[in-house]
Structure formats: structure tokens, C-alpha cells
Design a protein around this ligand. Structure first.
Ligand code: HGA
Length: 616
């Protein structure tokens, strides 16, 4: 994924920019570049394909000192990964830009700018920004004022930063759909797409909000909101180590990671949504072409990622109308598979190094067209520099950040978000998704972090419910439709960290066998959103109650379910049915966490398990 770093200082800032890029390196990228105003006040740049170390070597061979500069790691969406497409992009020798995101109307802008005499030296959408700004500067010579005018013509998503040889005292920046944060120093200030990049130089930050424009000088930072009004953004101070390596105020990494979900889901959505649709190029430069040809999808994954894939199968068939199969990687890799024509191979893995998933991808790629090879491969992964990402044609990174707890939590919900983005992108490209529903779901995705926060606020209620489990040895989890895999994930979490035997069933299967197990010692956990399967689910629950089974039901506040003898109902905030699997995951994570705490197990490092399963 792209990263942006910028600095305005009185000292040479080349090393700060390069170090910032390195800190964003774990997300993966294909090229990197830096542009500075050199000692003579001229704009100069170095760009390289490959790792930041390539850029670093280039800067060593040919130093580029300066006090004002911007830098970028690129993950191509428009135009191949090459030096000429790497950022920063220039307009003449005056103006340089770095950009994260996608400018959707770049074709129209490019034609317009060409007719005004601009020539383009890259294939990126980004280059239109810098020429557009240059053109705007002809009637509005102040750089900041010109940026305010120019961004009004950009459609899509951007976090961008600009420097100019004519106004060498500042970086100007704009945010719409892609995050930007200002780092505050003493007599120097910084900019980045993630505060991680700047932790070496400051611990004080100011986050830009949607539509903000910022002017960052050495001694002063000014911000204007979407309406052009001068605003102040709150200053946030981070303490050293407040990131992944520290549990902060939490007792366990798992609880910390559960509570990080609103912010990491937000991050996974950033830069990937336009007003009412998903930006298809977020999956890579060839995504639109490949997606248009896809007739089937094969998902392969293990463990929690497999459950995310199972939810996606419901979504892809129901919302995008595309046939979808899913299989665990350890089975898939040793099986002779029959591939339907034009099938997209989708692998899901937190680490991108899961041995079975990687082997399955490699096997899939080895199939020749005569053997019915796959059309292309897509990785949904949390680590940008992983093997799975490197070896797949397309990638959508989940931006969950490092996950330390062995039992996966935030990696799962961000995978679900990524898979919903895939569903919406597929539906759009294939024309199978009603545009009104698409817009509704995009709006719901935007509200999702808030909903997740509301679900997390039920922490104490779930903790109380967990007391019903600590003495039990077996549990059943039930769900219907896309909530069935959520029940599976709930059962897996309980097994992993509390060592209580738990099994998940589609609620309709209960009477076909597992009902025989139900008695007063077998609590039954159910997720019950308010959808068309609710009445059927209620009947299944009656079947449990009639056998003396104790019920714990997480139900939509509008589902009309209430506490009764042996029935404990936890009301959940209302949410669009399609996104309910993401929301209902939260109380099940909290439940297993509190049961494990009551049982006194090693929550973050449960026995016999490891984080990234790189062996077979
Ligand atoms: N569209 C730009 C920037 C890509 C990006 O933000 N990737 O994460 C490009 O292709 O260069």
C-alpha cells in the first residue's frame, strides 16, 4: 500500500523521509521516491523500483539534501510499477506531488490538460493532479489557495502532498478518503499517511479530517475544512511504545486488538470508497479488466480466514450473483480439482505465509490452461511484503496492523470488510448489483466503525454472560445464513483460548443430530440478526429450550426477543443485514475472551497453537 511522508525543517530531512518510508514498508509497495527542494531552491527527485533500500542506495550514490520534501512508497493502481510511474510526479520543474488513492476522472482531466498544452510523462492517475494544480496556479498564484480550487475537480479518493519551488516555505496537503496526519515538531513539522512513519521525530500528531486542506510550514500549521473554514484539529500525544508491542491499558493483547476494530476497519476502508461505490482499482491496476472476465470464484483459506471466506460466499452469490466455492487449503492443495472456466482464485491469510494456503496458491498457478487453469489470483492479506501477496496477480490488503494475540480478532473483521469490498466491486463490474443497494451498502460500510464501537460498549454485559460458561465443558453455537460461519468463528475462538469444546451448526441442522446433546449442561449460543430467517431461528431455539438447554442469544434490538427462564438475550445495535456478520463477531470474541479470563488460561498464547502457521 502507498505511504506518504513529508517534512519542512531547517535541517537536512532526506534521512527522515527515508526512515519514514521504511516504517511503512511492512505494508508492501512496488516502488519508492523522494522529491526535495535542494540547497539552490530547485526541485529534484530520486525514484526507484523495488524496496526502499534501492532508493536509499540511490541517495547514497547521488545525495539529495534539502529542508523541504515529500516521499512516497507506491502500490500501483494506474500504470505498471516502473520508475516513470513512481511518485513524486512533477509539473515542469516547479511543482511535485505524492498521492495515495485513485482519481476516478483522470481520463477526462488528462484530455482537458493535454488540450491546454500539458504533456504527461507517466501512466498514473496521479499526474493529472500536479498539472491541474499548475494550471490553477496561473489564475491563483498562492499554492494553498490554488490547491483548494483544484481539488474541487478531483473525483475519487486522495491523500496528497505538494511542494513548490516558488513557495519553498511549505507543504500543502489535502485529504479525501485517504488518511493523512501532521506530525508536530519544534521549529519543524511533518506529514505522513500514518503516524507510524513519524514516530522517530515526534510524538505529537494532528489528524486531518475528510475534506481538509493543510498548509504545513516550519513554525505553523494551518488547516481548512471542507467548507474552506479555518479549523483547529485536536492534538494527540502518543507515548513511546503505544503501538503493537505494548498492551497499553489492556490486560491482554487480544482484548486490545478486539477494541482496535473500529479504527482498523476504518483504515481498511480508507481510500477504497468513492461517494457511492467501491474503487475497483484498489485491487490493482488490472483489476477492472480481470474482474470483468470472472465467471466463478474459488476461495481457499485456513482457520479463521476460512470462516471469513465462508461469509464471503454468501455475499458473492447473493449480492454479486457470482458462483463461489470455498475450501480449506490443507484439503484443496492435495486434491485434483476441476476448475470452471474463468475462475478467480482468492486466497485469504493474515500473515500471507500460511503454508497450506501458499501451497494451494502455487498449485493453482501451476495448472496449465489445458488442465483448466485459473483466470487470475487475488490475495486478501494483512502483510504487504508476504509471499502470498508477491505471488498473486491482485491484492487487497487488510490494514489491521500487527496482530499479537494468537487467536485472530481484528484480522478477521478486516478480512470481512475486504471481502465485502470485493463483493461490491464484483457486483459493480458485472452489473449485477442494484446501484441503489450498492450506495446503501457503501454508506453502511462508512457507519460500520461506529456500529462496532457500539457493540464494544457492551463489553461489561458480555463479561457477565460469560459466567454461564466457566464451569461448562461443551457448547453449541448456532447461526443461519451468513451468520453460520460467524457461529463457527465464535466456536473456534472459544476452543482456542478457553479449551472448552465448542461446535457450530447451521441452526436448521440441529434436529438432524446435535439436538441429542442438548441438556442443562450444554449452553447454546446463537446470533440472531433481524432478517428473513429470524422466525425459523426462533423455532430452532424453542427446540433447545424444550430440552432444558440454556440459551445465550445475541439479537438485533428489533428482533423482539427477550430474557426468560434459561434464555439470556443480549440486544445488539441494528445494522443492515449484509453487514451483520461483521458486527455479531464482536460479542462472540468478547465472550470467549472473558470465559478464558475466568478459566485463567493463557489468553494471548494458548497452548499448542502458533500465530503464523508456516508449516504444514
Ligand atoms: N493511483 C496512484 C496511487 C496508488 C495508491 O494509492 N496505491 O495504494 C498510482 O497508481 O500511482
Amino acid at each position: 500500500m502507498c505511504g506518504i511522508v513529508g517534512a519542512v525543517a531547517e535541517r537536512n530531512i532526506t534521512a527522515v523521509l527515508v526512515e519514514g518510508l521504511k516504517r511503512l514498508e511492512y505494508r508492501g509497495y512496488d516502488s519508492a521516491g523522494v522529491a526535495l527542494l535542494n540547497e539552490a531552491g530547485e526541485l529534484d527527485r530520486r525514484r526507484r523500483v523495488g524496496k526502499v533500500s534501492e532508493l536509499e542506495a540511490a541517495l547514497k550514490a547521488e545525495p539529495l539534501p534539502g529542508r523541504v520534501g515529500i516521499a512516497h512508497t507506491r502500490w500501483a493502481t494506474h500504470g505498471a510499477p516502473s520508475e516513470r510511474n513512481a511518485h513524486p510526479h512533477f509539473s515542469g520543474h516547479q511543482l511535485a506531488v505524492v498521492h495515495n488513492g485513485i482519481i476516478e476522472n483522470h481520463d477526462a482531466l488528462r484530455d482537458q490538460l493535454k488540450s491546454l498544452g500539458y504533456s504527461f510523462s507517466s501512466d498514473t492517475d496521479t499526474e493529472v493532479i500536479v498539472h491541474l494544480l499548475d494550471h490553477t496556479l496561473k489564475s491563483e498564484p498562492d499554492l494553498t489557495a490554488a490547491l483548494k480550487v483544484a481539488v474541487k475537480q478531483l473525483h475519487g479518493a486522495y491523500g496528497l502532498a505538494v511542494i513548490s519551488a516558488k513557495q519553498p516555505d511549505r507543504i500543502v496537503a489535502a485529504r479525501s478518503g485517504s488518511p493523512l496526519v501532521i506530525g508536530l515538531g519544534l521549529g519543524e513539522n511533518f506529514l505522513a499517511s500514518d503516524q507510524l512513519a513519524l514516530r522517530q521525530v515526534t510524538d505529537r500528531f494532528m489528524y486531518l479530517e475528510e475534506g481538509d486542506i493543510a498548509q504545513i510550514c516550519r513554525d505553523e500549521v494551518q488547516i481548512w475544512d471542507i467548507d474552506g473554514k479555518a479549523v483547529k484539529r485536536e492534538q494527540v500525544q502518543y507515548h513511546e511504545g503505544a503501538e503493537a508491542a505494548d498492551k497499553g491499558e489492556y490486560r491482554h493483547f487480544m482484548l486490545k486488538e478486539i477494541h482496535e476494530q473500529p479504527s482498523v476497519v476504518q483504515r481498511t476502508l480508507e481510500g477504497r470508497l468513492a461517494d457511492d461505490h467501491v474503487l475497483v482499482q484498489a485491487f490493482g491496476p488490472q483489476a477492472a479488466d480481470i474482474f470483468a472476465k470472472v465467471k466463478n470464484i474459488q476461495i481457499v483459506a485456513c482457520g479463521t480466514s476460512y470462516h471469513a471466506g465462508m461469509v464471503a460466499r454468501y455475499w458473492l452469490e447473493e449480492l454479486a450473483g457470482i458462483p463461489c466455492q470455498i475450501e480449506v487449503a490443507s484439503e484443496f492443495r492435495y486434491r485434483k480439482v476441476v476448475v470452471q472456466p474463468d475462475t478467480l482464485f482468492v486466497s485469504i491469510s493474515q500473515s500471507g505465509e500460511t503454508a497450506d494456503t501458499l501451497a494451494a496458491l502455487r498449485n493453482a498457478k501451476d495448472l496449465t490452461p489445458e488442465q483448466g487453469g485459473y483466470l487470475a489470483s487475488l490475495a486478501i492479506c494483512n502483510v504487504g511484503i508476504s509471499s502470498l501477496v508477491r505471488e498473486s496477480d491482485l491484492t487487497l490488503l487488510t490494514l489491521a496492523g500487527p496482530e499479537i494475540g494468537v487467536a485472530s480478532t481484528k484480522a478477521f473483521t478486516t478480512q470481512l470488510v475486504a471481502l465485502m469490498l470485493l463483493t461490491l466491486a464484483m457486483g459493480r463490474v458485472r452489473g449485477t448489483l442494484d446501484p441503489q443497494l450498492e450506495a446503501e451498502l457503501v454508506a453502511e460500510l462508512r457507519r460500520l466503525p461506529t456500529r462496532l464501537g457500539e457493540a464494544l460498549a457492551m463489553d461489561a454485559v458480555v463479561e457477565k454472560v460469560s459466567e454461564h460458561f466457566s464451569e461448562k465443558h461443551h457448547t453449541l453455537f448456532l447461526g443461519r445464513g451468513a451468520q453460520y460461519p460467524v457461529a463457527m468463528e465464535g466456536a473456534l475462538k472459544l476452543k482456542e483460548i478457553s479449551y472448552i469444546h465448542a461446535e457450530a451448526y447451521p441452526a436448521g441442522e440441529l434436529k438432524h443430530g446435535p439436538l441429542a446433546l442438548v441438556d442443562a449442561d450444554m449452553p447454546v449460543v446463537t446470533v440472531a440478526p433481524n432478517n428473513e430467517l429470524l422466525e425459523k431461528l426462533k423455532s430452532n431455539l424453542q427446540e433447545v429450550r424444550a430440552r432444558g438447554g440454556e440459551l445465550i442469544v445475541f439479537a438485533d434490538e428489533k428482533a423482539g426477543m427477550s430474557n426468560g427462564e434459561g434464555t439470556h438475550v443480549v440486544n445488539m445495535p441494528h445494522i443492515h443485514d449484509a453487514l451483520a456478520p461483521i458486527l455479531y463477531t464482536i460479542p462472540l470474541q468478547l465472550l470467549s475472551y472473558y470465559v478464558a479470563v475466568l478459566k485463567g488460561t493463557d489468553v494471548d498464547q494458548p497452548r499448542n497453537l502458533a500465530k503464523s502457521v508456516t508449516v504444514e
